[in-house]
Design a protein around this ligand. Sequence first.
Ligand SMILES: Nc1ncnc2c1ncn2[C@@H]1O[C@H](COP(=O)(O)OP(=O)(O)OP(=O)(O)O)[C@@H](O)[C@H]1O
Length: 242
Amino acid sequence: MTSAAITAEGLRKRYGDVQAVDGVTFEVRSGEFYGILGPNGAGKTTTLEIIEGLREPDSGTARMLGRPSWPRDRRLLRRIGVQLQASAFFEKLTAREQIRTFASLYGVPAARADAMLETVGLAEKAGVRDDRLSGGQQQRLSIACALVHDPELVFLDEPTTGLDPQARRNLWDLLRAINAEGRTVVLTTHYMDEAEALCDRVAVMDHGKILRVGPPAELIRELGVASLEDVFLQLTGREYRE
Ligand SMILES: Nc1ncnc2c1ncn2[C@@H]1O[C@H](COP(=O)(O)OP(=O)(O)OP(=O)(O)O)[C@@H](O)[C@H]1O
């Protein structure tokens, strides 16, 4: 039996009048590549923040790697990687300084940080300041920073938004490699082709609820449509576009 990397049961979170998360239950298996899809405001980020232990739910429980997400558990932090947006970088550091700073927070040797830069194809840019890297290079740096302490479970929030097609493909290869090493990957994305190409299973969310979960090919077959884009349209009644 495969163990669960994440379990979420009956999660609810309200901000004022907005019921952002409205009874979310799902499980991510260990080693799985799992996608959370939904239009803007569907509740994806709030759900992930609850699971990551960054936000307390109003009700329900979340567990990562067999331990409760809340209250925040320092032992879990070492075992998970959360990709931060490039805007969360320390200011005016080179790529190498940036990742070495993250590494030192975890007591990881600088050599391992440099090796991570190599893994994401940024060795040549090690001496370049982060604000002078291209969008794709910044995304790869943020993923490298999330992986530097060798986490078992990795959260990526729209990792390829704003990248050109070639940079997206390169990043897909990197994400596949991360998963092939045995890491569990949880991804939110605005691109249906990306979810179809990468995810073992996807959960489609809207209005704070999960509407459907399954492997992309199975959802496409079940609903009798041509693509995941059509699945999304049929379930949410909306185009998956900003
Ligand atoms: N800190 C907050 N305070 C008040 N309302 C919030 C807060 N965070 C999110 N919301 C609201 O909760 C709802 C769900 O937001 P959330 O960011 O979880 O959705 P999302 O699916 O991640 O959207 P996106 O794709 O745009 O990132 C939205 O209506 C949003 O405006």
